[in-house]
Design a protein around this ligand. Structure first.
Ligand code: FPP
Length: 246
C-alpha cells in the first residue's frame, strides 16, 4: 500500500517541530567539508516544507540555528548565515505558490544585518498566506525565551498591568516567541541523538517525541510520512487513563 494512504488526514499533528541534526556527520562520511552537509541540509528543508504543506500540516517549526551555535567556528557560522540568505531569496516563490507564511522565533536582533533584513522581507511578503505557517528558530534558545518571558511579565506586574494572582499558562504563552503558535504535537530529531537541546521546552510538554537515525540531509518526505504514521499509532493521554479517553 502506498505509504501516503496510511496517513489519516483527521488526526494529523497540528504542529510539527524538527531538530535537524547530522549535517556535519553526513558530510564527513562523504569526505567533504561540513558546509557541504549544510548545503544538502537546505535541500531536505525544501522537500520537508513542501511535503508538510501538501499533507495539510498547519504549523512546521525548524530549529535552524541555536543560541549555542554561535560558538561554532566563525567560517561555519558564516556559511550557515549565507545559506539562510540565499535560501530565503530562492524560496520566496515556492512559499507564495504554496500559500506558506514564514515567521521566525529567537533573538533575531543577534542575526547579521543581511539575514535580519532578508528574513523580514520574506516574512512581510508572506504574512497574509494561511495554508501553513513555517517558523524558523534562529538564534533560538528555550531558556532565553523563558527568561525573556519572566522579565516581560515582571515589568507588567511592576507597572500594575498584570496582577500576580492572574498569572496562568495562557499569560505565559502570550509572552513567549511562539505566542501565535499552538503547542507542539510531534517533535522529530534526526541523526540518532536523543536530546531536546534547549528547543521549545515549554511548548513540547505533551508532544510525542520521534527519533530517527537518518542524518538530516538524507531525510526525505518518506521519512516525514513514517514519523506521522508512528505518531498516529500513539495514544495521547494528556495525563488521563485509556478508559477515560474512550
Ligand atoms: C545540525 O547539524 C544542523 C544545523 C546546526 C543547522 C541546520 C541548518 C540547515 C539544515 C541549513 C539551513 C536552514 C534553512 C532553514 C535554510 P550539525 O552541523 O550539528 O551536524 P553534526 O551533529 O553531524 O555535526
Amino acid at each position: 500500500m502506498d505509504i501516503l494512504n496510511r496517513i489519516k488526514s483527521k488526526t494529523l499533528p497540528r504542529h510539527v517541530a524538527i531538530i535537524m541534526d547530522g549535517n556535519g556527520r553526513w558530510a564527513k562520511q562523504k569526505g567533504m567539508l561540513r558546509s557541504f552537509g549544510h548545503e544538502n541540509g537546505t535541500k531536505a528543508v525544501k522537500e520537508v516544507v513542501e511535503a508538510s504543506a501538501e499533507l495539510g500540516i498547519k504549523h512546521l517549526t525548524l530549529y535552524a540555528f541555536s543560541t549555542e551555535n554561535w560558538k561554532r567556528p566563525r567560517l561555519e557560522v558564516e556559511t550557515l548565515m549565507k545559506l539562510l540568505v540565499s535560501s530565503l531569496r530562492k524560496e520566496i516563490k515556492s512559499l507564495q505558490d504554496n500559500n506558506i507564511k514564514l515567521t521566525a522565533i529567537g533573538n533575531l536582533k543577534a542575526l547579521p544585518n543581511k539575514v535580519y533584513h532578508e528574513l523580514h522581507e520574506v516574512m512581510n511578503a508572506t504574512k497574509s498566506n494561511h495554508h501553513m505557517t513555517l517558523t524558523l528558530a534562529l538564534s533560538y534558545g528555550s531558556r532565553e525565551e523563558l527568561l525573556n518571558c519572566v522579565k516581560e511579565i515582571s515589568f507588567k506586574v511592576k507597572k500594575d498591568i498584570i496582577s500576580p494572582e492572574k498569572i496562568d499558562e495562557s499569560i505565559i504563552n502570550e509572552h513567549l516567541y511562539t505566542r501565535n503558535l499552538p503547542d507542539v504535537d510531534l517533535l522529530i530529531r534526526t541523526s540518532g541523538e536523543k536530546r531536546v537541546s534547549n528547543f521549545l521546552l515549554w511548548q513540547i510538554a505533551y508532544a510525542e517525541l520521534y527519533f530517527t537515525n537518518t542524518l538530516w540531509p538524507d531525510f526525505t518526505k518518506q521519512h516525514l510520512y513514517e514519523s506521522i504514521i508512528e505518531y498516529q499509532k500513539r495514544e495521547r493521554r494528556f495525563g488521563k487513563t485509556s478508559e477515560q479517553l474512550s
